[in-house]
Design a protein around this ligand. Structure first.
Ligand SMILES: [Fe+2]
Length: 235
């Protein structure tokens, strides 16, 4: 009789242990099986670009807008985990290889994450930098002068109807050009290498500048990280 009770007790304990551990084991398995893109922190404080770009805009822009692109991308990745292995650049450079039923969603959201990470990287709290060296020579060669380049870039940024981006890109021959893209389309999907980019979605400036996109563009030059732009150009 005593042996019977001991067996019953052991069985009960085993069941309780299994129930207790089950969620942990499932969660670990899920974590291992479904890799996800993660939101990288801003490379500086939210208020680092004040007074030109305000803290509240940066918080919303990074924590809400970029996070939303990331979450949407991860939902798709859960369905097609092989996309994770390609990385953001790999996905955007080869959109035709993305399954057709999710291609538009992937383009918009992988672009949203990639473009914003790029955007944070080409701004800096070290204000009022200027382009130098080989980059300045290339700007002078392709646009006559830095002032003329800024004028053309502003035209592209103002001319982008609705939401999108203005870019300074390098083509396969090493020449610079200014383009703009709609939505979250990225230059790398066109075989171009961005070295400078400006987000002209209203979420990037509306809190501080409302409808004055031109003022936002003019002030943005104060926080451009030309050292990083030069790094992108040289590499
Ligand atoms: Fe944005």
């Amino acid at each position: 009789m005593k042996k019977k009770y001991t067996i019953l007790l052991l069985v009960t304990l085993s069941i309780v242990l299994c129930i207790t551990l089950a969620p942990t084991l499932t969660a670990k398995s899920n974590n291992l099986g479904a890799a996800q893109f993660e939101l990288k922190p801003l490379p500086y404080a939210y208020d680092a670009l004040e007074p030109y770009i305000d803290k509240e805009t940066m918080m919303l822009h990074h924590d809400k807008h970029e996070k939303a692109y990331l979450d949407n991308l991860n939902k798709v990745i859960a369905k097609y985990p092989e996309l994770y292995k390609k990385g953001l650049e790999g996905i955007l450079k080869d959109l035709n290889s993305v399954p057709e039923d999710v291609r538009e969603t992937v383009k918009n959201n992988a672009g949203g994450v990639y473009n914003h990470e790029f955007f944070w990287s080409i701004m800096s709290p070290e204000k009022d930098q200027t382009p130098k060296g080989e980059l300045l020579k290339a700007i002078n060669k392709d646009f006559d002068s830095l002032d003329n380049f800024k004028t053309k870039f502003k035209e592209a940024a103002l001319g982008r109807f609705g939401s999108g981006w203005a870019w300074l890109v390098v083509d396969n021959n090493g020449n610079l050009s200014i383009i703009s893209t709609p939505n979250q389309d990225s230059p790398i999907s066109q075989g171009l290498t961005p070295i400078l980019g400006l987000d002209v979605w209203e979420h990037a400036y509306y809190l501080k500048y409302q409808n004055r996109r031109g003022d936002y563009i003019d002030n943005w030059w104060h926080v451009v990280n030309w050292k990083q732009v030069e790094n992108y150009f040289n590499s």
